[in-house]
Design a protein around this ligand. Structure first.
Ligand code: DAH
Length: 333
């Protein structure tokens, strides 16, 4: 019986060489070790052996089983390596194929281009670039901007909360306005800053909305700053960024952090209007939160989205294109 077992095992092991892939190996494995396989058969035969031979037969079966298993494992590892090579070959990317022409050089993403151009324009107007963290406390994102807990404006923001510290107190900033507060707390007036940055809202992605987008915040705090300075700054920016023939207008609106508040629109040379962002005279409560005496100083602030400007500038009509990062799309700009 043991001799036959050895012959059967040798046949199975020899058959391994013919197995071409892992599926074939699994099938052969089922046959060899399954209920009808030679090992099962041998086990059943033990019962018919004289009792004194059974122990040796059992031991032989176990040994042979281990040998056959080892042979399967060895073959499996060879086939796995081969399968991996096939996959690597199939997924191979020829990174040299873009090495001819301009595509190889690469360039800034169109949002980055718009962002940097905006910075250039504002720096040219005498502003400094400021920054703040993308993860904020609700105090910076809301309270300090005159949006206390329970204020309806909080609901309007579709805030994404971060699971950190006291529940509801850590947020992904919903706008770049908290940088106003950080700047006021960090420096004395005169303040002339713009703060471009990434912001987050609980929004479903579609052609005009993304849960992650970019804004640019502006803040001026100095003596005798008025609404007229705001209007003049927006107008100067409009011409500098969009070019001659573009102009701006302010329309009354409401924001908790400014009083009075306005929406500002850009008029294109063809006469059509583009809604750009919000602005206003900084609310005294906001100045106080920033450690600035509203009796001594006043200021204005504005904020608008960068992504839509990039879309407009490059004639793209779907915000989602900005995030798919398809080189064929990006290399057009
Ligand atoms: N933070 C506002 C928003 O995300 C935009 C904004 C409006 C910013 C008015 C301002 C402002 O600084 O004065 O919708």
């Amino acid at each position: 019986m043991i001799d036959r077992l050895r012959t059967d095992a040798a046949t199975v092991v020899a058959g391994l060489g013919d197995v071409a892939n892992l599926d074939g190996l699994a099938e052969l494995e089922r046959e060899a070790f399954g209920k009808t396989g030679f090992l099962s058969r041998a086990k059943k035969e033990i019962g018919s052996l004289p009792p004194e031979d059974r122990k040796d037969a059992g031991r032989a079966i176990n040994e042979i089983r281990a040998e056959v298993e080892a042979a399967f494992d060895a073959r499996r590892s060879v086939l796995k390596d081969a399968a991996l090579l096939v996959r690597f070959e199939a997924e191979r990317l020829d990174l040299t194929e873009v090495l001819n022409g301009d595509a190889a050089v690469g360039h800034a993403h169109i949002v980055t281009q718009a962002w940097e151009e905006l910075e250039d324009v504002f720096v040219g107007m005498g502003f400094r670039i400021a920054e703040g963290p993308e993860i904020e406390t609700d105090w910076y994102n809301f309270d300090a901007l005159n949006i206390p807990p329970g204020h309806p404006a909080r609901d309007g923001f579709d805030t994404l909360y971060v699971n950190h510290g006291e529940p509801g107190h850590t947020v992904l900033r919903t706008h770049t306005s908290p940088v106003q507060i950080r700047t006021m707390l960090a420096q004395e007036p005169p303040i002339y800053i713009v703060a471009p940055g990434r912001v987050f809202r609980r929004d479903t992605a579609d052609a005009t909305h993304m849960p992650v987008f970019h804004q640019l915040e502006g803040l001026v705090v100095d003596r005798n700053i008025s609404l007229a300075d705001l209007a003049g700054t927006i107008e100067a920016f409009t011409e500098a960024y969009f070019g001659p023939g573009f102009s701006s207008r302010l329309r009354p609106n409401h924001f908790p952090f400014t009083e009075p508040s306005a929406e500002f629109d850009i008029q294109r040379p063809d006469g059509s209007w583009l809604e750009l962002g919000g602005c206003g005279v900084v609310h005294p409560n906001v100045l106080r939160a920033g450690g600035i005496d509203p009796e001594e100083y006043s200021g204005f602030a504005f904020g608008f989205g960068i992504d839509r400007l990039a879309l407009m500038k490059f004639g793209v009509d779907d915000l989602r294109e900005l995030f798919t990062n398809d080189v064929r799309f990006l290399s057009q700009f």
